[in-house]
Design a binder for this molecule. Structure first.
Ligand code: HMG
Ligand code: MG
Length: 330
């Protein structure tokens, strides 16, 4: 089992993409600032998707410009060159975590160009591509079959690796699909193999690629997580996989515990429990929020394990995350 569990806070992306009210850009920047202070290992800051599909994140460039200003003012060392994961976290008098990685969702070559412009301008970015283990969800979320999404990624991933960007590869509906029901672990494995085939061996060996398994609608029980993980080798579980849990039935903490026992060392969570994919919901069943980062911390600490997160600072970020949602719904 990993001794220090890695945490990616996805509140600025997954949390805000489903928000019906308008969240001002400066509030998004402030949330990311607070998450940097909370020393999470990675922040999924925004999405370079089509603003027609996700208008809530249409200000992606402006958000990152604001983040860049914050970082430049307080911690110039964060911007160039990027530091290895884990280095610097928790050290020094500053509240910032120089090791925090900033990642962004990228669905196609257009999104990659937008991310690359910012990366080249001196704010190092990791990119996150996303497909699904369900054809219906893939169509609804990206207007493409699973194979077509993978062909899209192949148009820009070689350049991303050449540019030194790390790559996250999401597989949504890794347990269940809102439209197709239960998804077999073998289907997830097959999609993972197609994704991994896009990465050069050197990037795989250097740990620059991760497969992020999304329980998009929070359907999983611990036994489902165990079944899903059985499709991967122990080395893959420890070194390649990330688990992205939504918390519909309040089972996400139990699922995280099972995953940690089976060797998963990296999780997504969201400050304040915000989150949900707009294309995973129906009018009667809105998409559920991610596991709250504080709930994930409770689970990890109860198992006697550690994270790099500063709990008091995280509480501040979580309170702010909830406040901006409340402000958007007066
Ligand atoms: P499409 O409509 O088939 O593509 O969408 P298109 O090429 O016809 O583009 C439509 C319009 O968008 C065009 O504008 C493009 O230029 C523009 P127009 O010519 O009509 O004025 N466009 C873009 N603009 C800016 N940036 C771009 C971009 N691409 C096209 N990158 C597409 C295909 C993939 C673009 C669309 O389906 C899309 O953006 N989907 C994203 C949906 C999304 O973000 N869902 C939520 C994230 S996934 C998630 O939440 C799950 C996760 O959390 C894990 C889990 O829980 O399972 C990650
Ligand atoms: Mg999600």
């Amino acid at each position: 089992m990993a001794e220090i569990i890695r945490i990616t806070d996805v509140a600025p992306r997954d949390g805000l993409q489903n928000e019906q009210g308008i969240v001002p850009t400066e509030d998004k920047v402030r949330l990311i600032d607070l998450l940097l202070r909370a020393k999470v290992d990675e922040i999924e800051a925004t999405s370079f998707v089509s603003p027609k599909w996700i208008p809530q994140l249409a200000d992606a460039e402006d958000v990152l410009a604001g983040v860049r200003k914050t970082i430049d003012a307080i911690q110039p060392a964060l911007t160039s060159p990027p530091l290895p994961l884990g280095e610097g976290a928790g050290s020094g008098p500053t509240h910032f975590a120089p090791a925090t990685t900033l990642s962004v969702l990228v669905p196609n070559a257009r999104g990659f160009e937008r991310a690359l412009a910012i990366h080249r301008a001196g704010l190092p970015l990791k990119i996150a591509v996303f497909t699904a283990a369900s054809e219906t969800f893939s169509q609804k979320n990206t207007n493409a079959t699973i194979t077509e999404t993978i062909e899209r990624f192949n148009q820009f991933l070689p350049a991303a690796f050449d540019e030194g960007m790390d790559v996250r590869m999401y597989i949504s509906c890794a347990v269940a699909c809102p439209f197709e029901g239960a998804i077999a672990p073998d289907n997830v494995r097959a999609v993972a193999d197609q994704l991994l085939a896009l990465a050069p061996t050197s990037a795989l060996n250097d740990g620059r690629v991760e497969i992020d398994l999304g329980d998009t609608i929070g359907a999983a029980q611990p036994a489902d997580i165990a079944a899903l993980l059985s499709a991967f080798t122990p080395t893959e579980i420890e070194q390649l996989l990330v688990l992205h849990l939504h918390d519909t039935k309040h089972c996400a903490a139990d699922c995280a515990r099972t995953a940690i026992e089976l060797g998963v060392g990296s999780f997504d969570a969201s400050a304040g429990g915000l989150g949900g994919c707009p294309y995973a919901g129906t009018p009667d069943n809105p998409a559920p929020g991610n596991i709250a980062t504080s709930t994930l911390l409770d689970t990890i600490e109860a198992m006697g394990m550690e994270t790099n997160v500063d709990r008091a600072a995280l509480n501040g970020a979580s309170a702010f995350a909830r406040s901006i949602i409340e402000k958007a719904h007066p």
